[in-house]
Design a protein around this ligand. Structure first.
Ligand SMILES: NC(=O)c1ccc[n+]([C@@H]2O[C@H](COP(=O)([O-])OP(=O)(O)OC[C@H]3O[C@@H](n4cnc5c(N)ncnc54)[C@H](O)[C@@H]3O)[C@@H](O)[C@H]2O)c1
Length: 270
């Protein structure tokens, strides 16, 4: 290996971490958007259990989510943030830095779904879905990314969907927005690799959350889940947490631009 620069570099930066250290987030500062309920709340609690202090944000009330995070023994502050509003997003980054001095992890989770055939989808629904799901993730990544560039490190996890990888019907805006998130993620990963910022996305399959509440009560939808998803069930919100911790921790130090599917085998069977 004499003269092999990449090997030398590897030797210099090798942290020699033990297994628990690889996934340890003690003292890290994490922002989660859309964290009042559903996957976002589970992610905030999961990050806190791994050691992070949390900034819990949503357009909805976040008090319950904050109390749950605080029960883990970590610090949590709540902010009302509409991810489509640039001023809110700027304030989110500013207040996090004022309170904690830095931002280590951003989980871009806020998202909405509107069902409609393509021919009857209103322009308003299209704009709303693309605004929240795609522009919202960009605005948050941009603002937090600027701070991470100054810090020379950071982890961004964008919640996309398997709907960004294959076309589920009556979901043109949602599918397009989530496909956009996957390529936005790759673009940021490529641009910010030199700043030591890793940017990855997660593609959940079907999870039981308030977003899918109506569907979970629909027998034919449940039958489709049982027949089409190899694990024959929807995911529980806590089952997204391991993937987020992996992508937010040292364990993924050489992983960037990836779209990690968490779907009970659904896309593997397509
Ligand atoms: N539940 C699923 O089956 C599933 C599958 C694939 C992807 N996802 C994605 O996971 C993420 C979380 O979904 P969920 O199922 O927990 O949904 P949810 O509706 O239960 O929670 C979404 C949260 O985002 C918040 N939000 C909506 N618009 C916002 C805005 N403009 N600014 C800030 N917050 C806003 C909501 O208030 C809510 O608290 C979304 O991006 C969703 O598209 C969910």
């Amino acid at each position: 290996m004499e003269g092999d620069k990449s090997y030398e570099h590897h030797q210099q930066v090798n942290c020699g971490c033990g297994l628990s250290e690889l996934f340890d987030l003690t003292g890290k500062i994490a922002i989660v958007t859309g964290a009042s309920r559903g996957l976002g709340r589970a992610i905030a609690i999961g990050l806190a259990k791994a050691g992070a202090n949390l900034v819990v944000t949503d357009v909805l009330d976040v008090r319950e989510a904050i109390e749950e995070v605080q029960r883990t023994g970590r610090e949590a502050v709540g902010l009302k943030v509409d991810v489509t509003n640039k001023k809110d997003v700027e304030e989110m980054a500013k207040q996090t830095i004022n309170k904690f001095g830095r931002i280590d992890i951003l989980v871009n989770n806020a998202g909405i779904y509107r069902s409609s055939t393509a021919e009857s989808m209103s322009e308003g629904d299209w704009d709303k879905v693309v605004d929240v799901n795609l522009k919202g993730e960009f605005l948050c990544a941009q603002e937090v990314g600027r701070q991470m560039i100054r810090q020379r490190e950071g982890k961004i996890v964008n919640i996309a969907s398997v709907a960004g990888q294959f076309a589920s019907p009556q979901s043109a805006a949602y599918n397009a927005s989530k496909a956009g998130v996957i390529l936005l993620t790759k673009t940021l990963a490529v641009e910010w690799a030199k700043h030591n910022i890793q940017v990855n996305s997660i593609c959940p399959g079907v999870f039981a959350t308030p977003m899918t509440e109506g569907l979970m009560e629909d027998k034919s939808f449940l039958n489709t889940v049982r027949s089409d998803v190899p694990m024959a069930r929807a995911g529980r919100p806590d089952e997204i947490v391991g993937a987020v911790i992996f992508l937010a921790s040292k364990a993924s130090s050489y992983v960037t631009g990836h779209a990690l599917v968490v779907d009970g085998g659904w896309t593997a069977s397509l």
